[in-house]
Design a protein around this ligand. Structure first.
Ligand SMILES: Nc1ncnc2c1ncn2[C@@H]1O[C@H](COP(=O)(O)OP(=O)(O)O)[C@@H](O)[C@H]1O
Ligand SMILES: [Mg+2]
Length: 385
């Protein structure tokens, strides 16, 4: 997978730009607040259609109402254009000019590694579930569909519980058991390979303690119906569904202990990196192509083993973008980030624009053919339409 170029308009603090990315590593360095994380966030959104920001308007530049990102991609020898328009609470996707849903975009196109990943290890089960669900949803469109049906069923069932609608429970339970069991079985199957890959990555990170991933399940497909019946009174009293895969945890065991409670900060960071490499390898196996790798703030990684692990991982994919407060070694291209603008390192900056070796960094959006376009939202961003 290759990101040929990325364009953004009204995206957070980023000045409108089209950046061409070479194969290999692109290093982006600059001070805090320069827009490095925002660049990776925009790239991840354009590549996958995904964001973990719940209030989409946060992504839109202050004072504007709509934002736009575009990725020109190369995959298996063919080119495609992915566009995302953002407005208040709305996100619109286009693939080659045609409106699509997230599931229609290529699902193995990017992996994003960032300092916050440690929260997966030390935070609540919901973060680990989100990691697992997001990965499995990319591996299988069926999983994504069943999971969203399941989540909807849980909310509707909770409303019925709060309304004291005991008489309706058998209907909700039937859907819950059917969807929930499929989710549990899928998770169990996927975990076999995920476990192997995470253990390998953990060893490659020089960890002497073995890492194992296990599901802590609140029920089983076989006993789900009985477990729901057994806790009916409690659920009615609480007004919420307390049994099922939405309550399960991905237990990370390092050595003999759960990493969430016993790992040191450094060990936790190693576990998080092992999970991300496992994610990358699993997507590569599933789709037969290595994703674009986005690494945020490699320079925050002070441990030499983890730092070289990150840089080696970046070198193992056809293309990576690596940010930091210092220059990433071995980069094919180095960009300096400053106040939401990105200019080739060492090039003269005039009026915020620079052109070097076919790389154009211009103060204004450009069309794919390099001609300037109006700094107005392209049609895709007409999210109000
Ligand atoms: N919607 C927004 N509109 C304008 N500026 C924003 C918006 N969201 C974030 N910012 C600004 O972006 C900057 C952070 O950029 P970031 O990419 O996190 O920097 P860093 O280079 O440290 O990774 C902050 O100064 C923040 O105020
Ligand atoms: Mg940052």
């Amino acid at each position: 997978m290759r990101l040929d170029s990325l364009s953004t308009l009204n995206y957070r603090n980023l000045a409108p730009f089209t950046l061409a990315f070479p194969a290999g590593v692109t290093g982006v360095f600059g001070e805090n607040g320069a827009g490095k994380t925002n660049l990776l966030e925009a790239a991840y959104l354009a590549l996958t259609g995904l964001t973990d920001v719940t209030r989409l308007e946060q992504l839109v530049q202050q004072g504007e109402t709509e934002a736009y990102v575009r990725a020109d991609l190369e995959s298996g020898g063919s080119l495609s254009v992915q566009e995302v328009g953002l407005g208040r609470g709305r996100r619109q996707l286009k693939l080659d000019g045609v409106r699509v849903r997230t599931g229609d975009l290529p699902r193995g196109s990017a992996v994003w590694i960032r300092p916050e990943d440690s929260e997966m290890v030390f935070g609540s089960p919901s973060g680990r579930r989100a990691f697992l669900d997001s990965l499995l949803s990319r591996l299988s469109a069926r999983y994504a569909e069943q999971l969203s049906r399941y989540d909807r069923t849980v909310s509707q069932r909770n409303a019925a519980l709060r309304g004291g609608e005991e008489w309706a429970m058998h209907v909700w339970d039937e859907s819950l058991v059917r969807l929930g069991s499929e989710i549990m079985l899928f998770r169990r199957r996927a975990l076999v390979r995920l476990n192997e890959l995470a253990a390998e990555a953990n060893a490659a990170l020089g960890s002497r303690k073995p890492l194992t991933l296990t599901l802590t399940e609140s029920t089983t497909p076989e006993s789900y119906a009985q477990d729901l019946a057994a806790r009916r009174a409690e659920e009615l009293a609480r007004g919420s569904t307390v049994t099922g895969p939405h309550r399960d945890d991905l237990l990370l065991t390092l050595g003999d202990f759960p990493a969430s409670e016993y790992a040191s900060r450094g060990e936790g960071r190693t576990v998080a990196l092992a999970l991300r490499r496992a994610e990358l390898e699993l997507l590569a196996e599933r789709f037969g192509e290595r994703p674009v790798l986005l690494i945020d703030d490699f320079s925050a990684e002070l441990d030499p083993v983890r730092r070289s692990f990150l840089l080696e991982l970046a070198a193992s994919v056809p293309q990576a973008i690596v940010t930091g407060t210092e220059r990433a070694p071995g980069a094919a291209l180095t960009l300096r980030a400053q106040s939401g603008r990105f200019t080739p390192d060492g090039s003269a900056v005039q009026d915020g624009s620079a052109v070097q070796d076919g790389l154009s960094v211009e103060d204004g959006a450009t069309a794919g053919d390099g001609t300037a376009v109006e700094t107005e939202l392209p049609p895709v961003a007409g999210v109000g339409a």
